[in-house]
Write a protein that binds this ligand. Structure first.
Ligand code: ATP
Ligand code: MG
Ligand code: MG
Ligand code: MG
Length: 576
């Protein structure tokens, strides 16, 4: 590819709304262009990266036995009503009507449609297992789209769905996807961690997230450097740190009705001392203007010490809760948390949390909740009045870093991460709701066991840049780079020799299948180098008259401090 025949558009300054480095660099390097909140044009340079990511994903999905198809972006509401997600999903689900006033959704994910396909097409046990995937545009009307492609509203996801005869088969499919994900993120050259995760709105009981480690990540991961324990903090708090997962859920099944169970009862069920029990309250404060009119509401998930009296809190008697707090209404809770109040399980947060827009708190309850393992959980927790900023990590770090890990093999550490992939074992949640059955060996209909597996294709670009950049720009891992090698001739427009050498090298590399760019724009060296460093091409060859005189060109890797002189005739071999 020659630069004059391609489209390059770099900026000196990032736009003001770009908060984190990947967003800034993607804008400056001309990879994306904003069209609206959370909606981006993928510009030619950015699209090349997306295609490379997609290609690796496809290769590994195919290798793992998954089969590609393509499901529509616009999907009839009926299917979503069948599973109940039409009601459950709230405003994140974008709904549209056609000219006949029929309801549709712009897909945020495709469980309904694939289950509809499966119930029609997969009729016999002989056709199972099957795993279907597609790479398709998604739309989620995120409460707070931000960070460019990292939390977009329109984005690209690879989503796969497995169908099995039984639980054992489904677990095998899950494991195959888990392994495929490891291969994908290894090949992409990312530093990541697979962590146990909450199953959220989708449900099921086996789930891992693939988190790219980065300080700007919105998720927090607790892990144990001495063992393979790693969990998303939501889950870690909800389950692992409370007690053994199984023991906890067993106990909690017996929990009395929401709102009626006393703290003492919960403590007894969990077999923990009362003082260790915590309760959560969903409270709201109204923001008023000078005239006293309500102009907005903030919803807070408050954790309350187990030995505090809820009635006192309700009556506003507890110190720190006097400041205009009231119980959140059901509508507010649904809007902020995406689920209805009511007892669902242990709560995972240890401190008052200002609800961060897009954070799903799946296990919500408005009254009773789980219990913590030891008393230290209350250290540094701020009750009510001066609610800390929603910097979950910093706060949790104070509380749990260095604590013993739940598997007893070491101490806990905390990192921030970006969720780039997610594997779920779904069980029969969707097959049951949509009656997706197959006939077993005896001719009896049985529900299919399902799993679903997502990768945020476009989010991966942001995550990779968060991990790989310097003050000059992006440093793409080779596998994702829009071009692997850039040839920068100095004096392409004036020197016959330089032009001939550059063209020859370009041709040779192309013939070898190397993704090579030849910068024939005739830019000054400084501006030319700055562009390619910003764009993040991992390998650069500079060809100049001065070098050619000694039969040399200059090679510089994007991370190298200095260029290396390489014999012109050996540069192809050098680059291999
Ligand atoms: P998050 O917790 O970041 O909101 P999620 O858990 O809602 O993500 P999943 O439903 O698990 O997302 O979707 C699968 C993958 O799609 C995620 O692991 C993530 O990589 C990607 N993804 C989800 N939401 C977005 C978004 N708004 N923009 C870009 N990628 C996204
Ligand atoms: Mg989400
Ligand atoms: Mg998530
Ligand atoms: Mg997820």
């Amino acid at each position: 590819m020659k630069a004059s025949q391609f489209f390059i558009s770099t900026l000196k300054e990032a736009p003001a709304d770009a908060e984190i480095v990947s967003h800034k660099l993607m804008m400056r390097a001309g990879l994306i262009k904003r069209l609206g909140a959370g909606i981006y044009n993928y510009m030619p340079m950015g699209l090349r990266v997306i295609r490379k990511v997609e290609r690796i994903i496809r290769e590994e999905m195919d290798r793992a036995g998954a089969i590609e198809l393509l499901m529509p972006v616009v999907q009839p509401a009926e299917l979503w009503q069948e599973t109940g997600r039409w009601d459950k999903m709230g405003p994140e689900l974008l709904r549209v009507k056609d000219r006949h006033e029929r309801d549709f959704v712009i897909q945020p994910t495709s469980e309904e449609v694939i289950t509809d396909i499966a119930r029609q097409e997969l009729r016999s046990y002989r056709q199972l297992p099957k795993n279907f995937y597609h790479i398709q545009t998604k739309f989620r009307d995120e409460r707070r789209p931000r960070f460019g492609v990292m939390r977009g509203r329109e984005f690209t996801m690879k989503d796969a769905y497995s169908f099995d005869r039984d639980v054992e088969g489904a677990k095998k499919s899950y494991e195959a996807m888990y392994a495929a994900y490891c291969r994908i993120f290894d090949r992409l050259g990312l530093t990541y961690r697979a962590v146990a995760a909450d199953t959220g709105a989708i449900g099921g009981d086996l789930s891992h997230e693939f988190q790219v480690i980065a300080d700007t990540g919105e998720d927090a991961i607790v892990y144990c450097p001495e063992s393979d324990y790693a969990a998303n903090i939501e889950l870690a708090e909800a389950v692992a740190l409370i007690a053994e997962r199984a023991a906890a859920s067993q106990a909690l099944e017996k929990t009395p009705t929401p709102g009626k169970s006393t703290c003492a009862e919960v403590a007894e069920l969990l077999g923990l001392p009362l003082a260790r029990t915590v309760k959560s309250l969903v409270m709201a404060t109204d923001e008023k203007n000078d005239a006293g009119e309500v102009v907005g509401t903030q919803v807070w998930l408050l954790l309350v010490r187990g030995d505090h009296d809820l009635n006192e809190i309700k009556a506003g008697k507890l110190d720190g809760l006097k400041n205009g707090f009231r119980f959140a209404t059901e509508a507010e809770i649904v809007e902020h948390f995406g689920c209805k109040p009511g007892y669902l399980g242990p709560i995972g947060t240890r401190k008052p949390v200002k609800v961060v827009a897009d954070r799903t708190v799946a296990n919500m309850s408005d009254f009773v909740c789980g219990a913590n393992e030891a008393d230290f959980h209350y250290t540094g927790v701020n009750w009510g009045r001066d609610l800390p900023e929603p910097d979950l990590v910093a706060d949790i770090r104070n509380v749990v870093e260095g604590d013993p890990s739940p598997d007893g093999k070491g101490r806990l550490a905390i990192q921030r991460g970006i969720e780039v992939g997610h594997v779920f074992y779904l069980g029969t949640k969707y097959s049951k709701a949509m009656n997706a059955t197959y006939l077993d060996e005896t001719g009896k209909p049985r529900l299919m066991e399902m799993g679903c597996y997502g990768i945020g294709v476009t989010r991966i670009l942001g995550a990779a840049i968060e991990q790989n950049h310097d003050e000059r720009g992006i440093i793409w891992p080779d596998a994702m780079a829009p071009f692997t090698v850039v040839i920068c001739p100095i004096g392409y427009d004036r020197s016959e020799e330089v032009r001939a050498a550059a063209d020859r090298l370009h041709g040779e590399l192309q013939a070898l299948g190397v993704d090579v760019m030849l910068d024939d724009r005739g830019e000054r060296p400084g501006a030319m180098f700055a562009d390619w460093e910003l764009i993040g091409i991992p390998h650069r060859v500079v060809i100049s008259d001065r070098g050619l005189k000694d039969g040399k060109v200059e090679y510089q890797g994007r991370r190298d401090a200095q260029a290396t002189a390489v014999a012109a005739g050996e540069v192809v071999a050098w680059l291999q």
